[in-house]
Ligand binder design. Structure first.
Ligand SMILES: [Fe+2]
Length: 318
């Protein structure tokens, strides 16, 4: 009787929604790190890698050996007209910058949206009208940096939306929807290096992870440029494989970087109106603010809409 009761209790816990919610999520490194047993960890990694291999586009970017292309900066119009070189560079390096991303009308409209956040005077339509204080959520007691975030539907940004659709089709094999996350960073005191985890090289996920960042203004070395270590997005990269198997944390301290990684580290300063396309399963970070300054960036992420189901359902993407 007790065993029957236990089974009934167990059934109550295992509901179909819980299964569905689990599969809807894109696997997180934090979950992998919970497996202390290396054999199990290795088994899980290989299971996911075999799934990735079934998607031809993902295989091209994340598993195949790529042609060496050292050019990182391109013009956005080339994405529609002649994108072979851009895609080969993205596959080889794990990052490209598209300059002259959108027309000046849409860029100026974006700057006005940022003014709404900065002046705390919301007048246009947002997904939620509340300004999120992301620094409180992310950094707890850090008073050096304020980060405000708001989310907008991509219908309001048609030119960016067109670029993003083109990138997702090329990377995933089919269009993947997303929203625009506006981040306004305001540095009140010059930051200390290595204080926060996202200012150290880290990975967001251990499986193919696309992130696109739009910067309406130029970014120089003082206002927190994006940092990236080229080629670490490849799933068969030795350092990354070793890191995934043995690490207890999802970031790498500066003294743990070998010479080869240091040689491939980039600090991505960019001109105004640039789109950074990158794979954040590779090692990346936000460099610290070296001056009291601000930064306006829009982030586009895809892990909600390209998830474990999408890896299983590879026919839809091939
Ligand atoms: Fe990250």
């Amino acid at each position: 009787m007790t065993s029957l009761n236990n089974n009934i209790n167990l059934l109550k816990y295992i509901t179909p929604e819980k299964y569905i919610n689990f599969f809807k999520k894109y696997p997180r490194l934090q979950n992998l790190l919970k497996f202390k047993n290396k054999i199990l960890r290795n088994y899980l990694i290989n299971f996911y890698f075999r799934l990735v291999k079934k998607n031809k586009k993902l295989k091209f970017f994340f598993l195949d050996e790529s042609k060496e292309i050292n050019q990182i900066n391109f013009k956005s119009k080339d994405l529609f007209e002649n994108n072979k070189h851009i895609l080969e560079s993205l596959a080889y390096n794990g990052i490209v910058i598209l300059e002259e991303a959108i027309n000046s009308n849409e860029r100026e409209k974006i700057l006005r949206y940022f003014d709404e956040i900065e002046n705390k005077n919301i007048s246009s339509e947002w997904i939620n009208n509340e300004i999120i204080n992301a620094s409180v959520v992310k950094y707890k007691n850090n008073n050096d940096l304020e980060i405000f975030c708001m989310k907008k539907n991509l219908n309001y940004l048609p030119k960016l939306s067109k670029l993003i659709d083109c990138v997702t089709k090329e990377v995933f094999g089919n269009k993947v929807d997303t929203i625009a996350e506006f981040f306004f960073h305001k540095c009140k005191n010059i930051e200390n290096p290595d204080l926060q985890e996202d200012t150290k090289f880290h990975l967001d996920r251990y499986l193919p992870c696309l992130k696109i960042i739009y910067s309406p203004n130029s970014i120089d070395h003082s206002n927190a440029p994006f940092g990236y270590i080229k080629k670490t997005h490849k799933l068969n990269n030795n350092f990354m494989k070793n890191f995934m198997l043995n690490s207890k944390k999802f970031f790498v301290n500066e003294n743990e970087l070998n010479e080869n990684l240091k040689k491939n580290a980039l600090s991505l300063t960019c001109p105004a109106n640039s789109l950074i396309i990158t794979f954040t399963n590779g090692l990346h970070k936000r460099n610290i603010f070296k001056k009291k300054n601000s930064r306006r960036t829009i982030f586009f992420q895809f892990t909600d809409n390209f998830n474990f189901f999408s890896l299983l359902n590879h026919k839809k993407y091939n």
